[in-house]
Ligand binder design. Sequence first.
Ligand code: ADP
Ligand code: GLC
Length: 524
Amino acid sequence: MRILFVASEGLPFSKTGGLADVVEALSKALVVQGHEVAVVLPRYRGTKATAVVMPSLTIPMGGTRLRFPAIADGTQLNGVRYYFVDDPEYFDRDGLYGGSSGDYPDNGERYTEFCRAAIEVTKHVWPADVIHCHDWQTALVPVLLRTSYRDDPLVRDIPVVFTIHNMGYHGQFTKDVLDRAGIPQGVFHTGGIEFFGKVNLLKGGLVYSDYLTTVSRKYAEEIQTPENGHGLDGVARGRADRLVGILNGVDYAAWNPEKDKLIAARYSSKDLSGKQVCKQELLELFGLSHDHLERPLIGIVSRFADQKGFDLIAEKAHEMMREDLVLVVLGTGERKYEDLFRSLAAAYPGRVGVKIAYDNALAHKVEAGADMFLMPSRYEPSGLNQMYSLKYGTVPIVRATGGLDDSIEPFDVEHGTGTGFKFKEYTGEALLFAIRQALHHYMDERIWKHIQLNGMAKDFSWKTPAAEYAKLYEAARVPRGLSSQAQSSGKAAPGAGQAGRGAGQTPQATGQGARNQKPVRTSN
Ligand code: ADP
Ligand code: GLC
């Protein structure tokens, strides 16, 4: 099968979060399973291209305006072909989605152009059997294919699988973006991309794609509830028969302590001694004393966003620091969390080390050098770091939500089973309880090693999830209108027939649950 990924970030070219890891690793895993895969990304600042594939595409924006991005060749890596949409005015900027003063105000135009250009890539350069889109930045691909391109014999029948990596980021814009970006007015209705008078691009992806996936089974359930649907739970429920949860995997070529060149010493489950060398280096890098070598070291590597649950740490920081532990934190993002961790480092010099930075090598060193890895997320679609931690013998302490719940089993001392520590209630008390449980078991070296080895033995490689995606692509290729699932459910999902794509026919895309809508950012 020929699968075209369309994504706003992907390693090794661009990254702000786990999406980039997934785009690289899943495409590579699909190639290993015998598929042909190409990835279309924006050409951001620093992205190196080797050749020009198309020097100038004609992309209609609003009114009479046209733009002329080029398509650049990113060569083949791990068997995956890369193409970049090259429009320096839009993409050659400091950040991917915004800068210090917030999201770029023209993100609507930038990603509309990107989606149109991606469709042109499959039309002229790389014909695809299926298109796999990721998050709101790519949601206009299915919307445009089923509207503007509906008479185009070359692309109109290409099925689209759309993955929700994060329901909290909608790509919401005021209505005038329709004119500014040249988005068809006909899709602006409550069964299309309208969301309380605004344009909501994620909603377009949910409504117009043939299949929807999200990045864990648990999160696929959670996004159908008002608590975690971010106002789009009604739309998710309306498409429940086309929504599948597939837990992300780990790229063990990059995240494996036996081979990792970024850490101080290699180690394995057979010989963990290198881990202590890594801990020593980590203490040094964070300016903490070697005296702490025998103390439990908790690591955090994260985007600093409300999603990640750091308000719980803020609430219980001082009680937490009354325990005999050392904390190292690597992250960037919202100012209030940067300030929180800076102030903790100031209050507990020598015991709390903080780096406000994005640093991949250091992220590896934290995974290797820490004893425990803390992810108290408010919500977590999949989460990758907890699975990286397992491989590094670093015991995760997580909140039981989304992919954290699906990937971490609580340690059961009686049966010797389990890989980490979990808490359910979103409270500081519950967090403290889980931390104390972990600290308690850390005191018994034999038990602790047992937990470490349980985690290291887990296999979260991409093999199984990639095969599940491939199965879904096959299902999506069933000519629309003939899908057995759509027939047996008796529901005409928007992807289930050409007619269902038209204005007004999309079911249940009503934005129910909006009263529970949480504030959303427009970029990830
Ligand atoms: P999210 O995508 O919500 O940020 P994930 O757990 O899926 O969460 O993925 C986060 C990815 O970003 C991981 O690969 C993690 O190591 C990386 N990461 C996050 N913050 C940093 C940072 N400050 N420096 C280096 N890597 C980071
Ligand atoms: C999102 C989610 C994270 C997930 C990642 C990759 O950013 O927050 O949980 O692992 O996407 O799917």
